[in-house]
Design a protein around this ligand. Structure first.
Ligand code: NAI
Length: 332
């Protein structure tokens, strides 16, 4: 069966790693008609918005997108294209499976957790202003509707994937009303899933516990900002940002992208590790119903990672983005 997928290469290392994904998927023989479209800074200059309507409408038509990272200006400039996409398409669930790779020696060998991050509100709403010079205010928005929906997503995911426990990450000791509401809603949803163990943990303690013994975590449910920060921490436990995939999911659309950003420090130098985007593509193939192809692609990535010479520099190897991609294709 042939599929149509929107491809947003992004910027920085985005075009390099998404090219890798397209090559591997082509080599797999999965028929995908790619609809390539740009978003981000250059588009902003032309259209006055980093995510113009024609980009959103293309994804609405294709329903599925594969996306490279997009740079967001710091402390000034336009609103994040990534956040705009997630909010405009109601991609309310950000799913990031973090698993130790048997081929890679890292601090831990037994990490197998899933970060479920609320993707549409929280401090990420970007509602902020200067009250008077020298005093800034940023508003954290938490709604029962959004929390209930992400909690239902997390519990349904846990049930479907036979996961045993959900840890809700919060800071309701300090933000008693907003994070308090988050917990109130997750407590209501959990009642419908008695077979799944439920616990609540304060975010600072979670950071410590993750570094000490990540194997104690299974599914981790959290708001947007905690999810952003802890996703990178979790990536650091299993080999770094170069290896952790992700999906932004809503009721109607799905956008697959790695956890990492545009990595300007290595962009354009054939140094980026494409593994994270390749594994995001594996998630995408499963979503498209291409289960066999997904298994083959995942196995090939593991086989390529198993060759120390093929690995990219972030994993201590001498491989490049393109040579690692070739190794994955050879391993198919
Ligand atoms: P980053 O994730 O781009 O890079 C952090 C560090 O990890 C850098 O040293 C980078 O070289 C390394 N790294 C990241 N991906 C790698 C890969 N595939 N292979 C090898 N090394 C890799 O985070 P940073 O520098 O904080 O952000 C850069 C830009 O990316 C910012 O403009 C930020 O807003 C944007 N960003 C975009 C995201 C998205 O499009 N979803 C997500 C995160 C950040």
């Amino acid at each position: 069966m042939s599929h149509t997928v929107t491809l947003i290469p992004g910027d920085g290392i985005g075009p390099e790693v998404t090219d890798a994904a397209v090559s591997v998927i082509e080599a797999l023989g999965v028929e995908i008609e790619w609809h390539r479209v740009e978003a981000g800074g250059e588009v902003m200059a032309r259209y006055g918005t980093p995510v113009p309507d024609h980009v959103l409408n293309l994804i609405r038509k294709d329903k599925v997108a594969l996306k490279g990272p997009i740079t967001t200006p710091i402390g000034e400039g336009f609103k994040s294209a990534n956040v705009t996409l997630r909010q405009s398409l109601e991609l309310y669930a950000c799913l990031r499976p973090v698993k130790s790779l048997p081929e890679i020696t890292s601090r831990y060998e037994d990490v197998d957790l899933v970060v479920v991050r609320e993707n549409t509100e929280d401090l990420y709403s970007g509602i902020e202003h200067l009250i008077v010079p020298g005093v800034a205010e940023s508003i954290k928005v938490i709604t029962a509707t959004a929390v209930t929906r992400i909690a239902e997503f997390a519990f349904e995911y846990a049930r479907r994937e036979n996961r045993k426990k959900i840890t809700v990450v919060h800071k309701a000791n300090i933000m008693k009303i907003s994070d308090g509401l988050f917990l109130e809603c997750t407590k209501v949803v959990r009642r419908r899933y008695p077979e799944i163990e439920y616990e609540e943990k304060i975010v600072d303690n979670v950071a410590l516990q993750l570094v000490r013994d990540p194997s104690q975590f299974d599914v981790m449910l959290m708001g947007n900002l905690y999810g952003d920060i802890l996703s990178d921490l979790c990536a650091g436990l299993v080999g770094g940002l170069g290896v952790v995939p992700g999906a932004n999911l809503g009721a109607d659309y799905a956008v697959f992208e790695a956890v990492h950003g545009s990595a300007p420090d290595i962009a354009g130098r054939n140094k980026a590790n494409p593994t994270a985007v390749l594994l995001s593509s594996v998630l995408m193939l499963r979503h498209l119903g291409e289960r066999d192809a997904a298994e083959r692609m995942e196995a090939a990535v593991h086989r390529a990672l198993g060759d120390p010479d093929a690995r990219t520099a972030d994993l201590g190897g001498a491989g490049t983005t393109t040579s690692f991609t070739d190794a994955v294709i050879a391993a198919l």
